[in-house]
Design a protein around this ligand. Structure first.
Ligand code: PMP
Length: 375
């Protein structure tokens, strides 16, 4: 049975999001900045969507700016902070951040970026983090909530509390966390949060940035008074409505998460048995329930990917959004994998709707591919 295992890259549009999008597009397509009744109605619904998202993220709705996705949100917040913080400010981060954080961070802060190295199992070295927080005295810390390549979870709640105690601003790229994990207190312990709808069943091209206060000026896109003057451009109300509606839907069903963890665990157990020599990156550390990053014992990952694709299974080599050297995986570079290992990596990421048959079908297909490649 074929299956889609690249949910960390993007997810199919959820029926709940589709329905919300169609309804909003048919009835409330007017520009929310207009001064007539229909536009006022769209504006009213847009602000309701902001309030509903604020409730889910546990933050004041006025702190939310709708964007085109997490890349825009990450770029916007880091550039804004670079302009606002004193010129000698340092930033604490980790070398496994998504390129949409790493690249603007380097561009804006250059040599003032300080990296906390991960442990060999990809988890955050808490001691190294707290030591750096005390000794480096950064003005900003930026750490993702969940890693897009290996699924490792970072202790954002504890990071947020430690940053608050130290008087350090905290930005959290929660793109892979939101919609998969409970959002408890995200808005309360992070000064800045970024997220993207297409990672959790919403439409592509819409996301959000939570700022530390409602009067913070963003200034990335100028030329219009939308979003309280913080981001110019007509708000994409139908997509915003679809994003918030599907997130509400998912958040109310998080209890089925434990069943999904079991499916991924069973998959990894089977792979360890059936394809001996496979390494699972971050195995044993806290990870997202849907993600498995495998270093296979032999054969180039492009061959694995092509043959799995022929059998109807979509997986990733894990390097699609990597800005690492030679396009290699950032996580693998961070944990010191060899160049050779980097060519044998596959990222498997299931979704809420992925069935037991699809997970076991993937295992069977991988065994067939291994046999055919071994020749
Ligand atoms: N941050 C993380 C952790 C991601 O996984 C992604 C998408 N791969 C992004 C940011 C960028 O999201 P978008 O493509 O929606 O701009």
């Amino acid at each position: 049975m074929p299956g889609y295992f690249d949910h960390n890259a993007t997810t199919p549009l959820h029926p709940v999001a589709r329905e919300a999008w169609l309804k909003a597009s048919e009835r409330h397509w007017h520009n929310p900045s207009g001064l007539y009744r229909e536009a006022a109605e769209t504006k009213h619904r847009l602000e309701e969507a902001r309030e509903r998202l604020g409730k889910l993220l546990e933050c004041e709705p006025q702190r939310i700016v709708f964007t085109s996705g997490a890349t825009e949100a990450n770029n916007a917040v880091l550039r804004m902070l670079a302009a606002k913080l004193p010129g000698d400010s340092t930033v604490l981060t980790c070398c496994m951040e998504h390129p949409s954080v790493q690249v603007p961070l380097r561009a804006a802060f250059g040599k003032r970026v300080r990296e906390v190295p991960p442990r060999p199992d990809t988890s955050l070295d808490w001691e190294a983090f707290t030591t750096a927080l005390q000794t480096q005295r950064p003005a900003l810390a930026t750490f993702m909530a969940a890693n897009n390549e290996c699924g490792t979870l970072l202790p954002w709640l504890q990071i947020g509390i430690a940053c608050r105690d130290a008087g350090v601003r905290f930005h959290c790229d929660a793109t892979q966390w939101i919609g998969k994990m409970p959002g408890i207190q995200l808005g309360q312990c992070c000064d800045y949060i970024t997220g993207s709808a297409h990672k959790f069943g919403g439409p592509k091209g819409v996301g959000f940035l939570v700022l530390s206060s409602e009067d913070e000026a963003l200034g990335l896109l100028t030329g219009g008074p939308q979003e309280e003057g913080r981001r110019a451009g007509t708000e994409n109300y139908p997509s915003i409505e679809a994003m918030v509606t599907v997130l509400e839907h998912l958040m109310s069903r998080l209890e089925s998460m434990s069943a999904q963890v079991e499916l991924r665990e069973a998959f990894e157990k089977q792979i360890n048995l059936s394809i001996p020599g496979t390494k699972i990156v971050g195995q044993g550390t806290q990870r997202l329930w849907n993600t498995s990053m495998l270093i296979l014992p032999r054969h180039d990952h492009r061959k694995w990917l092509a043959r799995l694709s022929q059998q109807g299974f979509a997986v990733s080599t894990g390097s699609a959004c990597s800005a690492g050297h030679d396009g290699a995986s950032q996580v693998l570079q961070a944990i010191g994998a060899t160049q050779e290992e980097m060519k044998r990596v596959l990222r498997i990421s299931g979704g809420w709707e992925t069935t037991e048959e699809e997970w076991s079908g993937l295992t069977a297909a991988m065994v067939r591919v291994r046999d055919s490649l071994d020749g």
